[in-house]
Ligand binder design. Structure first.
Ligand SMILES: NC(=O)c1ccc[n+]([C@@H]2O[C@H](COP(=O)([O-])OP(=O)(O)OC[C@H]3O[C@@H](n4cnc5c(N)ncnc54)[C@H](OP(=O)(O)O)[C@@H]3O)[C@@H](O)[C@H]2O)c1
Length: 326
């Protein structure tokens, strides 16, 4: 495993990390969750990502049970939660958002579900138009001072709101956000590469990027339709199916050229897509998702591909996805 600093912090995260969205509590039960977390940890993954909203708290509950079960030394891994959407299916106004009340209560609930004394990372899952940024920054600072949160960050905040959070933190002497958690993959690049470009140097922010495979699309598994047991066939995720495949399957068509290129290198399309994310130096860690062991094994093997990953290959991959010849 490779380790990278989270932005300018001293926290060394594994370059590949592991998250629970969709899978834990829906596709993956206790036995499989144990197998996946155990494999991840054995291979050097030291960051497990979660959120209050993932399967309405069940994903955190399951991860917490498994972390206790595996008896992993608490100082050997990092675990996160995210606050905003709420953990219950129909949250009341105080059960969601980024008010001081919900940020603090959601943290306490996440600690209970995950069965830990502190969160290594705590993210604001989206910006909250109904709460002043200053209130959220102060709430995060409170949790940091109480030792319940070690580092905090944002997820999918517009750059302007992140600037504002840093201004408030600087002027008030508060703990500032140290990382963003944005979507980043071959089909979704703008925010990480353009919008956030000024943030890295200005604030030393790191990134824990999500959906490196665009929900599995970049593995090529949707090249010939939607397999029954796949994410895009999951009940409740019809909205995601439309976004992931694109109108008339346009996004699915864009990734078909990755397979021959991957075959040429003795790799899989998923490995190429993940290696491409890792090649961006602003990426602190690539959050992997997996519904089964073989996927995680395959994705972890991307580390063997990295020594062969140069600018020419990166550009070939980009040309294929942009519709040109590789
Ligand atoms: N902050 C946010 O707003 C946000 C949003 C989304 C995710 N996240 C975090 O980021 C993590 C990763 O995101 P993601 O799960 O969307 O990542 P992803 O890598 O884009 O998708 C993972 C899914 O793709 C399929 N897959 C993975 N490897 C494969 C392989 N080698 N071959 C074929 N299929 C493969 C599996 O789904 P199936 O087997 O079910 O098809 C797996 O669950 C999440 O768990 C979560 O922690 C954060």
């Amino acid at each position: 495993m490779q380790y990278r600093r989270l932005g300018s912090t001293g926290l060394q995260l594994s370059a590949l990390s592991f998250g629970a969205w969709v899978t834990f509590g829906q596709q993956v039960g206790r036995k499989q969750a144990r197998e996946l977390l155990s494999l991840a940890w054995d291979r050097g993954i030291n960051f497990f990502d979660n959120a209050e909203t993932y399967n309405h708290g069940e994903a955190e509950q399951l991860m917490g049970d498994v972390l206790v079960d595996l008896r992993l030394p608490r100082d050997s891994y990092c675990v996160s939660s995210k606050v905003f959407f709420g953990a219950v299916e129909h949250p009341r106004p105080t059960q969601r958002g980024l008010s001081r009340k919900h940020v603090v209560e959601a943290c306490h609930q996440a600690l209970q579900r995950l069965r830990v004394d502190y969160l290594d990372l705590y993210f604001c899952h989206r910006p909250d138009p109904d709460t002043p940024v200053a209130e959220t920054v102060a709430a995060m600072d409170l949790l940091v001072r109480q030792g319940k949160v070690l580092y905090w960050g944002t997820s999918e905040w517009p750059a302007a709101a992140i600037h504002e959070a840093h201004r408030v933190a600087r002027e008030g002497g508060y703990a500032a956000p140290v990382a963003e958690q944005p979507q980043y993959n071959l089909l979704h690049r703008e925010r990480v590469e353009v919008e956030y470009a000024p943030l890295y140097a200005a604030y030393g922010m790191g990134t824990t990027i999500w959906s490196p495979l665009a929900s599995g699309l970049l593995s090529g598994k949707y090249d010939h339709g939607v397999p029954e047991d796949s994410r895009l066939a999951q009940p409740g995720y019809e909205w995601l199916r439309e976004i992931a495949l694109g109108e008339g399957g346009a996004r699915a068509a864009r990734v078909r050229g990755l397979r021959p290129l991957a075959a040429e290198l003795g790799a899989t399309p998923a490995q190429l897509a993940i290696a491409w994310c890792l090649a961006n130096p602003q990426v602190s860690t690539v959050l992997l998702g997996a519904s089964r062991r073989e996927q995680l094994e395959q994705n972890l093997a991307v580390l063997d591909l990295l020594p062969h990953f140069d600018l020419a290959l990166k550009q070939r991959i980009e040309r294929v996805v942009e519709g040109g010849a590789g």
